[in-house]
Write a protein of this length. Structure first.
Length: 146
């Protein structure tokens, strides 16, 4: 027959191992919970489309004739849902011959710019993050005499 001291020792060992198992289970649950929370925290969202390069440059003066229009963005854009609109100095709209083979982050085309004065390019793009971004790029066509 076991003595009272040994029964107490076995009970304490038993209690300790149950406590250790509970602690291990709690620790495991905590680690899994933290990992799940880290996984659920959203990372940086793609930014709206921002112009990183423009031709002609904003407020520049270019010679008359065939002029390249090119807007390069920091992310892909949807060319089917994006547009360029060019206003001449007299307020009329100028046609832009768009390039269908431009890179996925570029809107590009050409115009026949013969009217000297301040022109305004209005653009609107749908970026890959689903947001529409708009902007305006003024530039001038120099007088043919200059």
């Amino acid at each position: 027959m076991p003595s009272i001291g040994s029964a107490t020792s076995d009970t304490c060992t038993s209690i300790r191992s149950v406590s250790q198992r509970r602690a291990a289970l709690c620790l495991r649950a905590l680690v899994v919970s933290v990992a799940a929370m880290i996984e659920l925290v959203p990372g940086p969202a793609p930014a709206h489309a921002i112009v990183v390069s423009a031709t002609p440059e904003m407020n520049s003066a270019v010679p008359p004739g065939v002029t390249e229009i090119r807007l390069e963005f920091n992310s892909r854009i949807d060319p089917q849902r994006s547009r360029l609109r060019l206003m001449r100095p007299d307020g009329s709209e100028a046609a832009i011959r768009t390039e269908s083979d431009a890179p996925p982050n570029v809107l590009a085309g050409q115009i026949d710019a013969t009217l000297p004065g301040r022109w305004t390019l209005d653009w609107q793009v749908l970026s890959i993050d689903g947001h529409i971004t708009r902007g305006r790029l003024p530039f001038s066509i120099r007088d043919a005499a200059h």
